[in-house]
Write a protein that binds this ligand. Structure first.
Ligand code: ADP
Length: 765
């Protein structure tokens, strides 16, 4: 090879391939889009390998260079637009050698592979055999020595695309959240018809080795019984399930819902099928029992907001990881843990995942459940408590000499999931032996003494209900009402308060904390549970309701975008959130907006002028839609209307501009699966904290939440150190750095230096 050719190879841009293989999953397109655009941002050349590994083995047209616009408009589509296939040849050495040849013909030595454990094992095999396959290709005269010398190693990052959520070490895989959306929509629909006829329904969900979908949908759907593969029921389960359903009916349930994972089995490794369960129930309960098998519906449809923004982050990080890999970089899986992005050693994660199937085959169910992580085990136990109408009476509180009376109160704006959280706190609290009370109408209701006892039957149906059955108020008690407030706490014999709500509630509890020396009634356990679509609460990375609002916005923005497809139009869409930009930014990422305006970043005239110029330029270049998302309180002066007028004026008739305020629908709707399971997790921590305080006598006010990768319980007295109490904003919003991710995938002219948003790996899962 000539010196010129050698020099040309040495200065070639980095080439990176992306492929989707194995089963498809919603959100794969978001990963592909993010990888392609992050690669372009970094000056690398992205290639799509079509139809999974088959594309690599066959080469030719199946490996295509991707341009910015090749991934336009795919964010909202389900499935994978670059295709997927199963490919037997890739498992052979000849097939792999062809794959290496086709990749190296284009100078590709970096791959982001999206798929399940099969896909990623195949990728790692290819990586391991890469050097010897290159030697073979050179020996056969199919590859020149210089090219071979320049690509001695395959750099590899995997992203797990699998609705089953079966990767050990990761919390959520791409597609799982969307699949849960499909299942919960079905359960909610079935539950209303089942209740009308007092029927029993069996719902079969996917999950051959992993019961995640089954368990989480049983929890989120407020179901009665669940069969998961990792924890087969004891022998005699036939009578046990009947007993449990009878108890539920006796306590007032009008329907019975049973979830069966497709891989469900008994203690002897024999399958438990939906039909079998139906026959048992029909015969022993003498009831009309119906089966709904959800099948491929679970894989289909538009990806949820989470599967769009989280997949975008995964793709962004995977691309940066392989593009900037050094000879020492090990193959990895870019995954999520506690809503943060982490990098896991690829083969360890696969090995641990495969071990679960072996444990199950060997009857080592405890090990199988443990491998899924501590929260999976905890959720299994929690499901059993939530679904049991018969309470385990616990001891009375020694200090009080009676059952502690725990009152639930909402405050602040409505957040979908408030009912789910209240239900879970009531059911888990009853199980601990507390008397549970509901306060109607927030803190004003408490002032008026609107306190009532809540039983299992009162709250059982609240799991998926939108709104707040107890009512919520933005108004809180002022300091001059504290005497009346303390009297109400005393006369209603309230021993603890659980405040499930937003900033107003936090301010109320903070103010009570400061006055507790004057009012002994305030010296009781008080727990603040974060519930606010604004997601602006201290000590909680995500609050209940924010995911539902985000999904509402994502759907609304999808439709707004569609409505513009016939004209040249810019939309200025306005989201709620008060001063907190979370909803606006994440809605922007999830809907593929071009620009977001946040209070935290400010808006200047200079910026509006630049943005208008960029808008004009892109419409001139053929664009017919430009979406900007503005947070409602982003600026006091540059309102949505004013911005609309500025863009309209600068557009000089090239495009028209419309304002679109999404409005109160953001507070409505039934809570998403994510918000329901978050509500249950927070309820578990709430009840644990109350039990601890009653047991130790160390009484304090706390606020809790998933905070920087762990469940944190913090004293109310520290609240103002984490939060700007006047502007209602946390001092350290974790999500603000994601603006760079949005610009990387939305703006071809964005040139800032990027940093991965990877978090260090925490040892505990
Ligand atoms: P998933 O990735 O969803 O687990 P599969 O197990 O079907 O789906 O794997 C997808 C593709 O990955 C297979 O068709 C095959 O081409 C490749 N593959 C799977 N396992 C291996 C392996 N052990 N070695 C090489 N390639 C593999």
């Amino acid at each position: 090879m000539s010196k010129e050719t050698q020099a040309a190879i040495a200065t070639e841009p980095t080439k990176i391939a992306i492929l989707t293989s194995g089963g498809d999953a919603q959100g794969m397109n978001a990963v592909v889009r993010a990888v392609v655009r992050t690669a372009i941002h970094e000056g690398a050349e992205p290639y799509a390998v079509y139809d999974g590994w088959r594309g690599a083995v066959q080469g030719g047209d199946l490996i295509k260079k991707m341009e910015w616009s090749d991934v336009s408009g795919i964010l909202s589509s389900g499935g994978t637009t670059i295709g997927t296939a199963r490919c037997a040849e890739f498992r052979t050495r000849d097939g792999m050698r062809d794959a290496v040849k086709h990749l190296l013909e284009l100078g590709i030595d970096r791959i982001v592979a999206i798929g399940g454990d099969g896909t990623l094992t195949g990728a790692d095999d290819l990586r391991a055999q890469w050097p010897s396959l290159i030697d073979e290709l050179v020996a056969r005269g199919e590859l020149d020595a210089t090219t071979a010398a320049h690509h001695p190693k395959l750099h590899l990052a995997g992203v797990v695309g699998s609705i089953d959520n079966d990767l050990v070490g990761s919390d959520m895989t791409v597609g799982t959240d969307s699949a849960l959306h499909r299942i919960i929509d079905a359960i909610d629909a079935i539950s209303s018809t089942a209740a009308s006829h007092q029927r029993t329904f069996i719902i079969e969900v996917m999950g051959r080795h992993c019961g995640y979908l089954a368990l989480m949908s049983a929890i989120a759907g407020g179901c009665d019984y669940v069969f998961v593969p990792e924890m087969p029921p004891e022998d005699g389960w036939e009578e046990q399930i009947c007993q449990k359903l009878r108890e539920g009916r006796a306590a007032g349930r009008r329907d019975s819902l049973v979830i069966v994972a497709e891989g469900a089995q008994d203690r002897h490794g024999e399958a438990i099928t939906a039909t079998q369960v139906r026959d048992v129930l029909a015969e022993r309960l003498g009831e009309d029992v119906r089966i709904t098998s959800l099948g491929h519906v679970q894989r289909g449809g538009s990806p949820s907001a989470y599967d769009r923004w989280m997949s975008t982050l995964l793709g962004f990080n995977a691309a940066l990881t392989v593009i900037h890999a050094t000879p020492e970089t090990e193959p990895c899986i870019i995954a999520t843990r506690h809503n943060q992005i982490v990098s896991l050693p690829l083969m360890d994660a696969i090995r641990n995942t495969r071990a679960v199937a072996t444990y199950m085959k060997d009857g080592e169910y405890e090990k199988a459940v443990s491998s899924r992580g501590s929260s999976y085990r905890e959720m299994l136990a929690v499901f059993n408590t939530l679904s049991s109408a018969v309470l385990h009476e616990r001891h009375l509180d020694a200090a009080l000499g009676r059952k502690p009376r725990v009152a639930i109160v909402h405050a602040g704006g409505l957040a979908p999931g408030m009912n789910t959280a209240a239900r879970a706190v009531v059911l888990l609290g009853l199980d601990r032996g507390f008397t549970m009370l509901g306060v109607d109408g927030g803190f004003p209701g408490l002032l008026e003494g609107k306190v009532r006892e809540l039983t299992w039957g009162d709250v059982d149906g609240w799991s998926g209900a939108g709104g707040a059955n107890l009512g919520t108020r933005r108004t809180i008690a002022s300091v001059d009402q504290f005497y009346a407030l303390s009297r109400s706490i005393e006369t209603n014999t309230i021993d603890a308060i659980v405040m499930i709500g937003g900033f107003a509630g936090y301010q109320q509890v903070w103010a009570m904390e400061k006055e507790k020396d004057r009012y002994p009634a305030f010296r009781i356990p008080i727990v603040c549970v974060p519930a606010s679509i604004d997601n602006n609460l201290p000590g909680a990375d995500l609050s209940i309701g924010a995911d539902t609002a985000l999904n509402t916005n994502t759907r609304a923005l999808d439709q707004i975008k569609q409505s513009a497809s016939a004209s040249q139009r810019c939309f200025v869409a306005e989201t709620m959130g008060r001063r907190c930009g979370y909803l606006a930014l994440m809605s922007g990422i999830a809907s593929g907006a071009e620009q977001v305006y946040l209070y935290e970043k400010g808006i200047t005239l200079h910026q509006l002028s630049d943005d208008a110029a960029r808008m004009v330029h892109s419409f001139e270049a053929g664009r017919n839609l430009y979406l900007v998302v503005r947070n409602e309180d982003a600026s006091e002066y540059y309102t949505s209307e004013l911005m609309t007028q500025v863009f309209q004026a600068e557009g000089e008739g090239l495009f028209d501009v419309r304002t679109n305020r999404i409005g109160h629908m953001q507070q409505g709707g039934n809570p998403t699966p994510f918000d329901r399971t978050l509500a249950v997790q927070l309820a578990v921590s709430t009840v644990d904290e109350l039990s601890k305080q009653f047991a130790t006598g160390k009484i304090r006010g706390v606020y809790l939440g998933n905070y920087r990768g762990r469940m944190a319980v913090q004293p109310v007295s520290h609240m103002d150190e984490q939060t700007d109490m006047t502007n209602r904003l946390p001092y350290d919003p974790w999500w603000l750095d994601l603006t760079d991710v949005l610009y990387t995938v939305a703006d071809p002219h964005f040139h800032e230096t990027l940093h991965p948003v990877l978090q260090p790996l925490t040892p505990e899962r």
